[in-house]
Design a protein around this ligand. Structure first.
Ligand code: PRP
Length: 183
């Protein structure tokens, strides 16, 4: 375990097992009914989850990325989510799957869903690795969610604190002194 971590919440094995289960559900949803899915991953946090998930998908995908930022270097959203850049895909009449690492307040997903919806996709689904229902500021619910977790700040498997720890293959909480070093 990384020495900055207080505890591991989800091991790499638990994560891998769950990612495969989600992929099966997604495959069942699309298989036989759609030719192709445009999978839009929300940078930066969803990179790791997306990379693992797509390798278990049987439905053909086109990968697109969108960068959204709201957290800066803190553990709480500092600003309303900002969309940085634009999609390369034309999503009109296409089947779209949005993938993010965590559903927290729900403001990011709600904003992206609104943005994509106006382009009239044939269908729009959402998939998140983690869900923190206690933190929600709206009624947003993902179609697929890996794990529901309590309101604790977590890092690893794509999730960062001040840009660090994304590469850890497991999910954990940081020791309190790590935050005090950054304030
Ligand atoms: C994080 C995370 C989600 C979003 C969830 O992004 O990746 O996209 O916040 O929060 P919300 O439900 O409260 O809107 P962040 O801004 O930290 O950028 P990152 O993906 O680059 O880490």
């Amino acid at each position: 375990m990384n020495t900055d971590l207080e505890k591991v919440i989800l091991s790499a094995d638990e994560i891998n097992t769950r990612v495969q289960e989600i992929a099966i559900e997604i495959n069942q949803n699309y298989e036989g009914s759609v030719r192709e899915v445009i999978l839009i991953t929300l940078l930066d946090g969803a990179i790791v989850f997306t990379a693992d998930l797509i390798r278990h998908l049987s439905v053909p995908i086109r990968l697109d990325c969108i960068r959204v930022s709201s957290y800066g270097n803190s553990t709480n959203p500092e600003t309303a989510p900002r969309i940085l850049g634009s999609l390369k895909s034309d999503v009109q009449d296409k089947h779209v799957l949005l993938v993010d690492d965590i559903l927290d307040t729900g403001n990011t997903m709600k904003k992206i869903v609104n943005e994509v919806s106006v382009q009239k996709p044939a269908s729009l689904r959402t998939c998140v690795f983690l869900d923190k229902p206690e933190r929600r500021q709206n009624n947003f619910q993902a179609d697929w969610s890996g794990f529901s977790i309590p309101d604790e700040f977590v890092v690893g498997y794509g999730l960062d604190y001040a840009g660090r720890y994304r590469e850890l293959p497991y999910l954990g909480t940081l020791k309190p002194e790590i935050y005090s070093h950054n304030t």
